[in-house]
Design a protein around this ligand. Structure first.
Ligand code: PMP
Length: 340
């Protein structure tokens, strides 16, 4: 018999999938790590598991305790899933702008949701800051205590990628990886995978793919945190150097507008059967740019962060796309020709 003890043991060991069109376009082998195949259906399951296991090991999280977090959704879904499996509760503070599908998934996993207006990090009522205050209150009032997961500045997050995602990519490519590229939410994925790959081979190029509205492209190219524009993607786009990003070995940075990243998602569905979320589009556009910079024959890896099904009401909604000036794929508006 082969089985896992519980669902948390099914996190990680995701396959690498060749991205055919991106590879043909560049003459490189562009591979996507299929993180949407994690049990909570995103790359954030890894961070959730490492943050919870670290809190248990430190004695901070006791049986029946509460895990509090501010999250764009995927970390919350991962935390709620792991918490359910291991006997904890979750309270999630989420900006109301995030997709209905993610909010529904959080409720389905039993998380208590606190929806708050989306305001910048500098505002004391930013969702991350509210979650920190709420965790301190619940730590005092809850019978089994509470912890703040604090994914942005808790380096147990990137440790998950140093110990799992990075080594998996090294093994799966037989050490023949030339570049890795990813967008940043907390920075756990980019910094953690970057550190793990550089430890194996310092010549592997690590690149940031930054959406419009984030400040990191400016930071890694000019040293100044500055942002302009906006993006419809969720879960990525950072305005500060989080603890997870400190000392991240970043060689190159690209700024990817939605007009470049989002249409790739439609082609991937139609031609490769891959239905992915917006951040994956930014990542794949980044991988194409890195491949062009490194030249043909190289192997580039990026992250397929979550599934497009998590954004059906937005990314695959013709009205929403039109309102954002993004061309609507014809099959989304094509009436069915079949009658019975
Ligand atoms: N894509 C999606 C859809 C996400 O939810 C996140 C995490 N917020 C990321 C990418 C970025 O991952 P990280 O936090 O490791 O930078």
């Amino acid at each position: 018999m082969t089985f896992q003890d519980n669902v948390t043991r099914a996190i990680g060991n995701t396959p690498l999938i060749k991205l055919k069109r991106a590879s043909e376009l560049t003459g490189c082998t562009i591979l996507g790590k299929a993180e949407f195949m994690n049990p909570g259906q995103s790359v954030k399951d890894r961070a959730a598991l490492f943050i919870i296991e670290d809190a248990i090991a430190r004695g901070a999280l006791k049986p029946g305790g509460v895990i509090v977090e501010g999250t764009a959704g995927n970390t919350g879904i991962g935390l709620a899933m792991v918490a359910d499996a291991l006997g904890f509760r979750t309270v999630i503070v989420i900006p109301e702008t995030q997709s209905q599908e993610k909010k529904d998934a959080l409720r389905t996993f039993g998380a208590e949701l606190v929806e708050v207006p989306a305001v910048p990090y500098a505002n004391p009522n930013n969702y991350v800051k509210i979650s920190g205050r709420l965790a301190a209150e619940l730590a005092a009032s809850e019978p089994n205590g509470a912890i703040w997961a604090n994914q942005f500045d808790n380096v147990a997050n990137r440790e998950g990628h140093i110990r799992t995602t990075g080594p998996e990519i090294w093994e799966q490519t037989g050490g023949r990886v030339d570049g890795f590229v990813s967008a940043v939410g907390t920075g756990g994925t980019l910094a953690g995978v970057g550190m793990a790959l550089k430890a194996k081979n310092k010549d592997v190029k690590i690149a940031l793919a930054d959406p419009k509205g984030a400040a990191l492209f400016s930071y890694y190219t000019t040293g100044v945190l500055k942002s302009e524009g906006s993006s419809i993607t969720e879960g990525i786009g950072q305005g500060r150097i989080t603890k997870n990003l400190e000392d991240a070995p970043i060689d190159l940075a690209y700024q990817i507008p939605d007009e470049e990243g989002i249409p790739l998602l439609f082609d991937l569905i139609a031609q490769e059967g891959l239905c992915l979320g917006g951040s994956s589009g930014i990542n794949i556009a980044g991988a194409i740019r890195l491949a062009k910079d490194l030249g043909p024959g190289k192997t580039i890896v990026t992250i397929l962060c979550d599934s497009g099904t998590r954004y059906q009401s937005k990314l695959f909604n013709p009205e929403f796309l039109r309102s954002k000036g993004i061309p609507v794929p014809e099959w989304l508006i094509r009436p069915s020709r079949i009658t019975v």
